[in-house]
Design a protein around this ligand. Structure first.
Ligand code: ADP
Length: 149
């Protein structure tokens, strides 16, 4: 018996969970696609958040369900409205990297009141999107901790 409290053990285990082990495949759209096409992609790919990339495949923005719903209210023509008009754009996108701790991602999601963030790899010109972390990934990690002991 180690003499450690339950909370100490939980904290130790949380410090071992990394983004790279729980991330999902990102679903990205180009910044020139229409809001209509983004809605279709969101349904077909079964995700709640889309990441938007520019012509060099670098992160340009984020689209949530509510962003698309908001754009759909009113009489705009969704098939001619490009997503870059309505997305949350860089540098206001909250992101993480594969070697970040999951607990830090959880903190950011709660702080910013968002559901998901892109996992990125920085390069000279911007950020390449390599993964996706959502509240579902965090819930899976939480379950994995429970099954551990
Ligand atoms: P929803 O709006 O569908 O409830 P979110 O809570 O994730 O989904 O998104 C709330 C707002 O925050 C949206 O306007 C969205 O564009 C923005 N957002 C979502 N994810 C991020 C992120 N990783 N970084 C910055 N803004 C984001």
């Amino acid at each position: 018996y180690t003499g450690k409290s339950g909370t100490q053990l939980l904290t130790e285990n949380l410090q071992k969970l990394y983004v790279k082990d729980y991330q999902s495949i990102p679903v990205v759209v180009n910044d020139s696609v229409s809001v209509y096409d983004a809605i279709v992609t969101m349904f077909l790919e079964d995700v709640g958040t889309l990441f938007v990339v520019d012509h060099s495949s670098l992160l340009a923005g984020v689209l949530s369900r509510k962003d698309l719903l908001r754009a759909s209210i009113g009489n705009q023509d969704l098939s001619t409205l490009p997503v870059n008009i309505i997305m949350t754009r860089m540098p206001n996108v909250t992101m993480c990297q594969k070697d970040d701790l999951l607990i830090d991602v959880a903190q950011k999601l709660i702080e910013k009141q968002i559901d998901a963030m892109p996992v990125v790899k920085p390069n000279e010109n911007g950020y390449e999107v390599t993964g996706r972390i959502t509240k579902t990934n965090l819930t899976k990690a939480f379950l994995a901790l429970a099954k551990d002991d």
